[in-house]
Design a protein around this ligand. Structure first.
Ligand SMILES: [Zn+2]
Length: 473
């Protein structure tokens, strides 16, 4: 059965298919961006007899990028094979893929916990066409085929079975998407990334069950959680765990039997005679390496060196590509240290409070730097800045500078004006003043609160305290 040494009760391995963002398909010049069904096809991606595939070099460059970013061994030769199967999504009855020699082997990806997950391989293959079931998978009486997707480039990554929980599976996917984004080889809005999840538990003697095509971080976590419980319960009831492929039903939150697990030998792989074996020279790899986009580690180093941000902040900011891009844009407009403090601490706090994820926000880095510019110029206080940020999270898009003006949130920087307000508060609250003089600290807080209310948070609290003390005595 399995020759892998298991040290954990739950063992999870992933096989991930990633759509790679190129302009044209893997073996022909058809666009990868077409939306209308069957408008981006030719004799090659429709598999007409006699048509010959022509390799898209960009895909190989991108695969090498991925290999370098995951510290993989890059193959010295590019070898393509035919995986034979019959299905309407593959009109030539075989898929061109890499079998004997994948382009990358033995890479690694680090989880946010610091745990390193080893990668067995990464290889290149063509996407099949998409099947459209007009009234749902189970109730449609016919199926439509859209060949726009046929021949689009995919990278498939296979991990060693080293993940041990649903959280780790989810985190792995997150780290992977982050790398893809840094490498600029994946379109986060249009690109599809799907995982086949292999799960086994100690209770069954690690019999491997596969869940097909799960997409989305949350879905993977849910599917894994469900499947672990299902297997444990089945064993407890005395049922056998069979080596099978299951489907994840996201609506019902369950996995369902799809078919018994086929083995790779069922596909009768042969080397593709149309694609000659090409050398991947060290010069080629070097060229890709020289043009490799900035990766998280280098970016963090740059933040420390050039922007003078502390190492810990730099690390957290670069862990998420989108957050890091956001920070970069803000740090171009305001002091980077202020930007780091607010992007790393205040923004997550407000997002968390509103139960939002970073990619849910409807405001831009410009809104954010507007707030920080006003703060740096001492035109608003910390408190007001936080409130505006909270409002941006709730309402999304509005003009920060206009809002501060129209709501009268500008800091009461003129201490003469502030003194006037404090005098009014003192006159209106003789009882609190007496208590404060009698040594009751809470009364001072109450008075500060009254001033803050009148100034709508636009005064600085330490200054208010100082002025109250001065005026009372
Ligand atoms: Zn084509």
């Amino acid at each position: 059965m399995n020759d892998y040494k298991f040290t954990s009760d739950v063992v999870i391995g992933l096989e991930i298919h990633m759509e790679i963002d190129t302009k044209t398909k893997l073996f022909c010049a058809c666009s990868t961006k077409a939306k209308e069904p069957n408008t981006s096809t030719c004799e090659i991606c429709l598999g007409f007899p006699g048509s010959k595939p022509v390799l898209n070099k960009k895909v190989i460059d991108y695969a090498i990028r991925m290999g370098l970013a995951t510290k993989s061994n890059i193959a010295k030769e590019l070898v393509f094979s035919r995986k034979n199967y019959f299905y309407p999504d593959m009109s030539k009855n075989y898929q061109i893929t890499q079998y004997e020699l994948p382009i990358c082997e033995k890479g690694k990806i680090e989880l946010s916990s610091g745990k390193v997950v080893n990668l067995t391989r990464i290889h290149i293959e063509e996407d099949p066409a998409s099947l459209v079931h007009p009234s749902g998978m189970s109730s449609s009486s016919y199926v439509l085929v859209d060949y726009n997707r046929s021949g689009r480039p995919l990278l498939e990554m296979v991990t060693e079975p080293e993940l041990n929980s649903s959280e780790e599976a989810r985190d792995f996917m997150k780290q992977l998407v982050n790398i893809l984004q840094y490498l600029k080889i994946f379109d986060i809005n249009e690109g599809i990334i799907k995982a086949d999840v292999n799960i086994s538990v100690k209770e069954s003697g690690y019999k491997r069950v596969e869940i097909k095509n799960v997409s989305g971080f949350k879905e993977i976590e849910r599917a894994v959680e469900y499947e672990i419980e299902r297997q444990k319960e089945a064993v407890e009831k005395g049922e056998d765990i069979v080596l099978e492929t299951r489907l994840w039903d996201s609506e019902k939150g369950i996995t369902k039997h799809m078919r018994l697990k086929e083995s790779e030998s069922d596909y009768g792989y042969i080397l593709d005679p149309d694609l000659v074996i090409t050398d991947i020279t060290s010069d080629w790899v070097k060229e890709v390496e020289e043009n490799l986009p900035e990766l998280p580690i280098e970016r963090a180093k740059r933040y420390v060196k050039e922007l003078k941000i502390n190492g810990e902040d730099a690390k957290v900011l670069t862990l998420d590509y989108e957050l890091s891009e956001f920070f970069d844009a803000v740090a171009k407009k305001v002091n980077p240290i202020t930007a780091a403090k607010w992007v790393r601490r205040e923004l997550p706090r407000v997002l968390n409070y509103n139960n939002l994820e970073f990619h849910d926000i409807k405001f831009t880095s410009d809104h954010f730097s507007d707030i920080l510019e006003l703060l740096e110029a001492k035109k608003i206080t910390d408190n007001v800045a936080k409130k505006i940020l909270e409002r941006l999270c709730e309402k999304g898009d509005f003009d920060v500078k206009d809002y501060v003006k129209s709501e009268g949130l500008e800091a009461v920087a003129d201490s003469g004006a502030l003194e006037g307000i404090i005098k009014q508060v003192i006159d209106a609250n003789p009882k609190a003043i007496e208590e404060y003089k009698g040594g009751k600290e809470q009364s001072l807080n109450f008075l500060v609160g009254q001033v803050m209310r009148q100034t709508r948070g636009a005064a600085s609290a330490p200054e208010v305290i100082e002025l109250i003390k001065k005026l009372v005595n």
